[in-house]
Ligand binder design. Sequence first.
Ligand code: ATP
Length: 231
Amino acid sequence: MNLSSLGFFRSLRQGNHQFAVIGLGRFGRAVCSTLYHLGYDVLATDIDEKRVAQVLTDQIAAHAVQLDSTQPTALKEAGVFEFDTVIIAIGNYLEESIVTTLNVKEGGVPHVVAKASSEVHYKLLQRVGADHVVFPEYEAGCALARSLTKPSILDRFDLDPDNSIVEIIVPDEFHGKTIADLKLRSRFGLNLIAVSHNGKFVINPEPNDRLEKGSAMVVIGSNRDINRLPI
Ligand code: ATP
């Protein structure tokens, strides 16, 4: 998530407990399963009857309907247009994905999330009105490249293209030093948010707390400053 998606996530209604998922490949099934196990009401749909039956057998959706989502009447009859949020998880069929997105937007669904499988696909989905587009293969590839080149960064949250919150392994050089000794703010321009201790995070640690190599710390700052850390 970054600032460009802020408007979309802010507009999602807190009280919404119903989601429709179109396309039951691995991605669509993962969305269904997670929403369903979090307690949300999920309508799962696919053109393939076997995939529809499978979600019911696997108990990863409350309701499942076989339909061709390129047909607006089929979507209307299944009640898809009544949903507040619809996830279009058709990655490998470009035309079907685009037509479905168009149909669902024209049907009046306020929040449409669509999965892209290429850059052109991404742009087309935005053009036909998708409110939020995800590109999981691209995002996973970027994350892998980052973790391979900076293995001490355990996790990162991009606030915008220039600033992040990162969870890093405490560098050897910081071992035994107090937070006050490190002067992270004046030397690196970074703010320390949390440090791990005995498997748990201490939020807003005290200046006298000592860091131990191999434990984890969370800092917020610009990517340029984060890259200056001895990691
Ligand atoms: P993955 O399995 O990696 O998640 P994916 O999300 O890209 O792949 P696809 O291979 O694109 O998934 O398939 C998604 C699902 O969309 C398939 O189960 C397919 O049957 C379904 N589908 C394709 N066309 C339509 C359509 N017109 N209406 C409804 N479902 C469709």
